[in-house]
Design a protein around this ligand. Structure first.
Ligand SMILES: Cc1cc2nc3c(=O)[nH]c(=O)nc-3n(C[C@H](O)[C@H](O)[C@H](O)COP(=O)(O)OP(=O)(O)OC[C@H]3O[C@@H](n4cnc5c(N)ncnc54)[C@H](O)[C@@H]3O)c2cc1C
Length: 264
């Protein structure tokens, strides 16, 4: 079966083309082209946009805007994005990071989507021509999305308030057993006043550990005080099973790695 590729200079025209059955947007192509090569006949046409705005990174006034075509490699090497670099570097090896885009990562099914896990903890906003959506809402509805994502925007996290951890069995570029990102505000004495924790591989897409977030409020990050949060971390999860790990194993190791992240 043939696979057509259409290039547009504007997002508006690409959005119109995307409404046709069998048409998908082409980001870096690491997933969608692989699927086509492997015989996925649900895709008959790919569309791409050459608008340079989609490849721009803007950092200003404590805000970050990442064009949807920005690659993981570009984030990892950007001098002002050190806080995001560990999550960008967690995606594949160097060849994949040179192609893998922010937009594509938002759609990547588990065990992929490590960067989207970080964006979820950071409460990013997903931008399309129709407007802006909180990332949590976007992820919940992504299967029916027919619009080009143009950018994500987020507040620059303070280095000490944001943590990211990816667990894989093959170092340094294996896919995730799980990934965890946590954004926490703490008082001068270390008491947690707010927490957003996002998990990868605990569902088919990144999800929040809301029970653990609640249990952390008012705690200091000590083994004793975080114990209720670790016990609550598994609430609402439905981990994936794949050749890397079973759902049972992922659920078992989640509190172990969340504890390591919180105590780091
Ligand atoms: C060997 C290998 C290793 C990998 N390792 C990892 C890993 O460790 N961690 C990880 O998170 N991922 C990993 N991936 C998956 C993938 O490379 C990344 O998730 C990447 O970020 C996907 O982005 P992409 O631009 O290549 O997506 P594409 O393949 O271009 O697209 C993926 C999906 O997203 C849609 N899409 C892409 N961009 C947009 C947009 N702007 N608007 C609307 N829809 C869009 C496409 O239509 C398609 O449905 C790996 C892949 C391979 C092949």
């Amino acid at each position: 079966m043939s696979l057509a590729l259409q290039t547009f200079s504007s997002v508006k025209d690409a959005n119109a083309a995307l409404q046709a059955a069998g048409t998908r947007y082409l980001g870096g192509g690491t997933l969608v082209v692989r699927a086509a090569n492997e015989g996925d006949v649900s895709v008959s046409r790919l569309v791409r946009v050459t608008d340079p705005g989609l490849s721009q990174i803007a950092v200003s006034g404590g805000k970050i805007r990442l064009g949807a075509s920005v690659t993981m490699a570009a984030i990892a090497r950007h001098p002002e994005l050190a806080a995001l670099a560990p999550a960008a570097r967690a995606v594949g090896g160097p060849a994949i990071r040179n192609m893998a885009t922010v937009g594509g990562n938002l759609f990547a099914p588990a065990p992929y989507g490590d960067f989207a896990v970080a964006l979820l903890a950071l409460d990013a906003t997903v931008v399309t021509e129709d407007g802006e959506l909180p990332i949590e809402t976007f992820l919940a509805g992504r299967d029916t999305s027919r619009a080009v994502v143009t950018a994500v925007s987020l507040s620059m996290p303070k280095t000490e308030s944001f943590r990211f951890l990816k667990i894989s069995r093959v170092k340094p570029k294996g896919i995730s057993v799980l990934s965890i990102a946590a954004l926490m505000q703490r008082t001068a004495d270390g008491t947690v006043t707010s927490a957003r924790i996002a998990l990868g591989c605990m569902a088919d897409r990144p999800m929040r550990a809301k029970a653990a977030e609640r249990a952390l409020l008012g705690c200091k990050l000590t083994p004793e005080e975080i114990a209720p949060a670790l016990a609550a971390a598994g609430e609402g999860i439905s981990p994936i099973t794949d050749p890397i790990a079973s759902a049972w194993y992922r659920a078992e190791v989640l509190p172990v790695h969340l504890g390591r992240l919180l105590l780091a």
